[in-house]
Design a protein around this ligand. Structure first.
Ligand code: NDP
Length: 255
């Protein structure tokens, strides 16, 4: 195959850092540890779990990597500016890998769903990802390289009763990903989504039982590390031609 259009080889990870929102627990913590193992200096975003975030930073540091914990409620309009400033000044260089992972559920059937439950989920899972992406693109477009991965969900691809707010946010995140990806593709920046199925974390601790597991073709829940493996690939240099993609990690649930 001719490679005339291929990006010129460059050092990888590039000079800059990675930011994982919601890096203190669950899937985000596994992603933060994984990106650090791949050589990234990692900002571990958190909201309420300062101790958990510090533990992730300690693990990374003890393994020989570089990390810093960065506080902020992603749903706050000024969060991107404050979080990027803290991450970039502590680790040096621009954020060149962003993982929009922070997310919440407020499950309820639609007739009973409150405005607060709707807004909290849309603000945290969708609007925050837009604002963090917009902020990240400044430095990435200047550097002419960057990787953004948005953590969506199979609930954004197929119906899951009780999650109309979460489904709307995650489906919105998928189409935001595709559209933003084509806007910046020529600048060497890729934007992709990973859509996990049921992953064993605090978020699903009360949901995962025998009935649910029976409905998953793989007959088990996934692990945070299995989601992190996909994110690590999408952030890698080898994934430079993958953009606007949605990768399901769900044991076959959405197949
Ligand atoms: P957890 O509930 O285990 O962890 C959530 C993380 O998000 C925590 O680090 C938390 O930080 C952070 N967070 C929550 N709200 C905010 C906020 N307002 N500002 C900043 N950080 C915040 O979730 P999971 O690891 O299970 O989920 C991670 C992502 O994966 C989410 O986007 C979720 O929707 C998605 N997902 C999860 C699935 C699953 O089965 N677990 C399936 C499909 C998608 P802190 O504790 O410091 O407040």
């Amino acid at each position: 195959m001719p490679d005339a259009g291929a990006a010129a080889p460059r050092a990888w990870p590039p000079e800059g850092c990675a930011l994982v929102t919601g890096g203190s627990r669950g899937i985000g913590a596994a992603i933060a540890r994984g990106l650090a193992a791949d050589g990234w200096a990692v900002a571990v975003g958190y909201h309420s779990g300062a101790e958990a975030a510090d533990r992730v930073v300690d693990e990374i540091t003890r393994a020989g990597g570089r990390a810093v914990a960065v506080a902020g409620d992603v749903a706050a309009p000024d969060a991107p500016e404050r979080v990027f400033e803290a991450a970039e000044s502590a680790l040096g260089g621009p954020v060149l890998a962003l993982v929009n992972n922070a997310g919440i559920t407020r499950d309820n059937l639609t007739p009973s769903l409150t405005d607060e439950e709707w807004e909290a989920v849309i603000d945290t899972n969708l609007t925050a990802a837009f604002r963090f992406t917009r902020r990240a693109l400044k430095g990435m477009m200047r550097a002419r390289t960057g990787r953004i991965v948005n953590i969506a969900s199979v609930s954004g691809l197929r119906a899951n009763p009780g999650q109309s707010n979460y489904a709307a946010a995650k489906a919105g995140l998928v189409q935001f990903t595709r559209t933003a990806a084509v806007e910046v593709a020529r600048r060497g920046v890729t934007i992709n989504a990973v859509a996990p199925g049921f992953i064993a974390t605090d978020m699903t601790a009360e949901l995962i039982g025998p009935e649910l597991l029976a409905a998953i073709p793989a007959k088990r829940a996934g692990t945070p590390e299995e989601v992190a493996a996909c994110v690590r690939f999408l952030v890698s240099q080898q994934a430079g031609y993958v953009t606007g993609a949605v990768l399901t990690v769900d044991g076959g649930l959405a197949a």
